[in-house]
Ligand binder design. Structure first.
Ligand code: CO
Length: 131
């Protein structure tokens, strides 16, 4: 396993890139709108992992709610798994609370599923299976 990315909620990706790209020196290699999650994302590689900047595309986006409550910051940690169905089943068998019972389509054509912070000690965890 590895950390696929850290998801960071922002009010606007362009504004956030002034820090992550211009000032810190990372490079935004991929921007995409993920309709299913009502977010626009930017991916900036850092070592073998990435920073994922998230911007809401509507008022009822999960990121809008997060921004209202916390005003931005680390939103989730994403772990890459080989077999997301097997990972979900293992979590289920261990009595863990899942947000997504079934994998859904994430950025870059990946399959993703979120695990509830109530089962992880307060961290919203995203499982990612790259295609
Ligand atoms: Co993510």
């Amino acid at each position: 396993m590895k950390i696929d990315h850290l998801g960071i909620a922002t009010k606007g990706i362009d504004e956030a890139l002034k820090f992550w790209e211009n000032a810190l020196g990372l490079e935004n290699i991929h921007t995409e709108t993920v309709e299913d999650q009502k977010v626009r994302i930017a991916m900036l590689p850092i070592g073998e992992s990435r920073i994922e900047l998230l911007e809401p595309t509507s008022d009822d986006s999960p990121i809008s709610k997060f921004l209202e409550k916390r005003g931005g910051g680390i939103h989730h940690i994403a772990v890459e798994v080989n077999d997301i169905e097997a990972a979900l089943e293992q979590l289920r068998q261990n009595g863990m609370r899942l947000i997504d019972e079934k994998p859904r389509k994430g950025a870059e054509g990946c399959l993703v599923a979120f695990v509830h912070p109530g089962s992880t000690g307060g961290v919203l965890l995203e499982l990612v299976q790259t295609q």
